[in-house]
Write a protein that binds this ligand. Structure first.
Ligand SMILES: Cc1cc2nc3c(=O)[nH]c(=O)nc-3n(C[C@H](O)[C@H](O)[C@H](O)COP(=O)(O)OP(=O)(O)OC[C@H]3O[C@@H](n4cnc5c(N)ncnc54)[C@H](O)[C@@H]3O)c2cc1C
Length: 417
């Protein structure tokens, strides 16, 4: 029986603890918070989108950063195994639209209670309010010495499950990067992921709270299309957010990272192009506007877009169109109508930056996966050190995929093979 210490009682730490104890190890978890799973508690708007009921290839397809690294872990412990494990442990789960899996109670606290309960049954020891400060090895290099202020711990194996640095209020403050670096690991550039965009234009502020459904959003970086999808987006006090934008932020990080590696890198000019009427071609939209304007005849142009747009967007679109607001609908020229249709299908917003880590769902970047054995999650640089979860340079789209990364890699790391 080996002594295993796990730093972090988040998603990957709890799963690593379960897997480690089941492998016959003596397991202790050190957690800086007063309880386990503070981040799990806020996932899925408090409902916890636990995983995505899909096979390993699809888990890979939804992983944006370093998907191949996760191949073994997903194959060893995929979402169906996670679902079976939870049900066997007494948690009822339901699968919703898009294969998103939730606890049937719709309370994330039940997921935490289940995982913590299994840990307790397996005899895992928890030390809460215990913030690890630094980690070293003993002289013979066969034990870890973990310094947590007034307390010191030793172990044969150490599993780093400290998470990323987004939503630091949950305890994930990026400490793990520093610990990994102290063992010679490199950490790739970190940036907020699955988050909104600040934009250069001022008008989104005036549309704050307005959600657009069934629009198409294209992300364009330095003149190249990097993503185009249909869905829902939201105007906010800083710019844009909502499901489509969160997805776009993942591709933004991926492409910016690739561009920065290029020798002739000169900077980033990024924008989103929104198609407000994706169901109609530009010509069909022109005909539709012409029909509307025929019907509206003597109505001012500024009041003639109501059939095409949510009310709160009318004034902005009138302004952006450059057409005189007090022109009669029938007086709007063919050229103006065609430009208006073009605007509807190509509403541009220039991205100034991503939102801060404080409100990003995940951290992109992390411990370089080239330095970790994908079959065991053991460090290639420091024998006995295992790494799991978001602290690594892996990240995925929304839909339960990020938690599944934590479950799969935590499970593999916990075995300490
Ligand atoms: C608002 C929000 C909603 C989300 N919703 C979903 C969702 O529905 N589905 C999904 O798949 N993903 C979701 N995610 C992402 C998901 O929560 C994370 O990817 C996942 O929790 C990462 O697990 P982890 O174990 O790597 O890290 P964490 O869950 O962040 O756990 C790390 C733990 O380590 C502890 N720790 C850190 N440093 C130290 C130290 N020095 N000493 C002791 N302890 C330390 C922290 O206190 C923390 O408890 C969401 C994230 C956020 C912020």
């Amino acid at each position: 029986m080996k002594e295993v210490i796990i730093i972090g009682a988040g998603a990957s730490g709890l799963m690593a603890a379960i897997s480690s104890a089941k492998s016959g190890h003596k397991v202790t978890v050190l957690e800086k918070n007063e309880k386990a799973g503070k981040k799990i508690f806020i996932t899925g708007k408090g409902r916890c989108n636990i995983t995505n009921a899909t096979d390993a290839p699809n888990l890979i397809a939804n992983t944006i950063n370093n998907p191949k690294f996760l191949y073994s872990a997903f194959n060893e412990f995929d979402s169906f195994k996670m679902m079976d494990f939870l049900e066997e442990s007494g948690l009822r789960i339901v699968t919703e639209r898009g294969n998103r899996v939730f606890p049937a109670s719709m309370h994330s606290s039940d997921v935490i209670r289940t995982l913590k309960g299994v840990c307790d049954d397996l005899g895992v020891k928890f030390h809460f309010n215990t913030q690890v400060k630094n980690i070293t090895k003993n002289e013979s290099q066969d034990k870890f010495i973990i310094n947590a202020g007034k307390d010191e711990f030793t172990s044969d194996y150490l599993i780093l499950c400290t998470g990323g640095k987004s939503y630091p209020s949950t305890g994930s403050t990026g400490d793990g990067y520093k610990f990994a670096e102290s063992f010679g690991h490199t950490v790739t550039e970190l940036s907020p992921g699955l988050t909104g965009f600040n934009v250069k234009e001022e008008y989104p502020k005036d549309l704050m709270g307005l959600a657009l459904k069934n629009v198409t959003l294209e992300l364009n970086i330095n003149g190249k299309k990097c993503m185009k999808e249909m869905g829902e987006m939201l105007f906010t006090h800083f710019g844009i957010s909502g499901p489509l934008v969160l997805t776009a932020s993942e591709y933004y990080n991926l492409h910016v990272r690739r561009l920065k590696k290029k020798k002739n890198f000169k900077g980033i000019e990024a924008k989103v192009i929104i198609d407000l009427k994706p169901a109609l071609s530009e010509d069909e939209l022109i005909s539709r506007i012409e029909r509307d304007f025929d019907a509206f005849k003597d109505t001012f142009f500024k009041n003639s877009l109501r059939k095409l747009l949510p009310k709160s967007m009318e004034e902005i679109m009138v302004k952006l169109s450059g057409i005189k607001p007090d022109k009669k609908a029938r007086e709007v020229s063919k050229k103006e109508i065609s430009e208006l249709a073009h605007l509807f299908k190509n509403l541009e917003l220039n991205i100034s930056s991503l939102r801060a880590f404080e409100e990003a769902i995940i951290t992109c970047g992390g411990i370089n996966v080239k330095e970790i054995n994908p079959k065991t999650m053991e460090s290639k640089l420091c024998p006995g050190l295992y790494i799991a979860g978001e602290v690594m340079d892996v990240d995925a789209l929304t839909g339960g995929f990020n938690l599944q990364i934590a479950w799969s890699t935590g499970y593999v790391a916990g075995k300490c093979e």
